[in-house]
Design a protein around this ligand. Sequence first.
Ligand code: UD1
Length: 427
Amino acid sequence: MDQIVIRGGQRLKGRIPISGAKNAALTLLPCALLTDEPLTLRNLPRLADVDGFGHLLNQLGCSTTIEGSRPEDFGRVMTARATTLTSTVAPYDIVRKMRASILVLGPLLARAGEATVSLPGGCAIGNRPIDLHLKALEAFGAEIELASGYVKAVAPGGRLKGGKFTFPVVSVGATENAVMAAVLAKGTCILENAAREPEIVDLCNCLVAMGASIDGIGTETLTIEGVDRLHGATYRVMADRIEAGSYACAAVITEGDVELVGAKANEMEATLSALRQAGATVEATKTGIRVAMSGRAQPVTLSTAPYPGFATDMQAQFMAMATLGSGASLFTETIFENRYMHVPELARMGCDIDVRGRSAVVRGVDHLVGAPVMATDLRASMSLIIAGLAAQGQTEVNRVYHLDRGYERLEEKLQAVGADIERISAG
Ligand code: UD1
């Protein structure tokens, strides 16, 4: 298996191009199932999960073609066309490897009137149920059965009829599934307490470009007037605010000065405010966001929350940054019950972190020491990279496939701003 080897201590300086957002790409791709016309997505990141989603679309009868596949290209263009669906089943083998596969449930149900999708099961960062996905679809008229580890959803008469659903807790995935199901309903669908993440705004804007009628985009109440059919469109995937925030943390911990090219300040205010809390200089530039730091990070107090709050996907990276801070930082994880798995690995590098239930106290230490480490999820892996960039000596990050799911050409981007980092291929 590949390894990433970092010799820490280099200041990051220069420009880092920010890729298309993984979490937006994975909800835009299933939109192709909603129409028989082509959906062309630009600025798609080159990531294992995006390729995996393309394969799932192929299994359902949707063809995919990719341009811009030269290794030196950032951002690819994929055209997906589901002229006719040949299957409405997302099998266990695919769903278990890629949780985002659950996002074909809404579009298949909307287009074909039925969908059978394997239950995704638990995952490394917690329980992650899908009950709210199903309840929202039921509120719109779906009949749902669970059998042999599969969800079977049917729209009586072939079409959802509309209705109203209020989410008891904010769910990104359930909002996405519900919106994609609603756009072809025969009636009006209302979602209250819907997630407002920028990736959901991206999804809604793409659906509108395909002919959907959605009111309240970017607010917690979405009103979707079903239409008889959607058409094709060309749509550009938004910049990855989590990737941008991750490199910002790397810049701070190395006392660097980087421009995150393509990042949009208005989509990541909570992250930028947390960086300022740590003492970083943060400013919008003509082409992105500049983040610069001198001296040790000041302690931060951060609690994860749905957007516009501080993202759970940024928690591990800020924690890595805080390990070298000038005092004690306090983290509270409110979204997932088991999202501190980077802590024992960071401890191997000499940090001082005390986890108590959903909270963690990070006491800044004077230095970290490189070590062989591995993580069990994507953002946790990135926290080890961040710590490794500032640690004395060599850090070997194992299980690189997690990073390949979410960070396009990580080592190249970091090398270009001065990091001493390389990928050692296993074979
Ligand atoms: C979540 C994050 C998202 C992040 C992603 C990957 C939030 C609100 N969501 O999205 O920012 O990019 O993980 O790390 O920060 N829940 C239920 N029943 C459901 C669905 C969810 O109880 O059917 C609960 C979850 O257990 C969790 C909360 O709702 O506590 C939010 O989950 P949800 O937003 O659905 O998770 P993801 O879509 O995976």
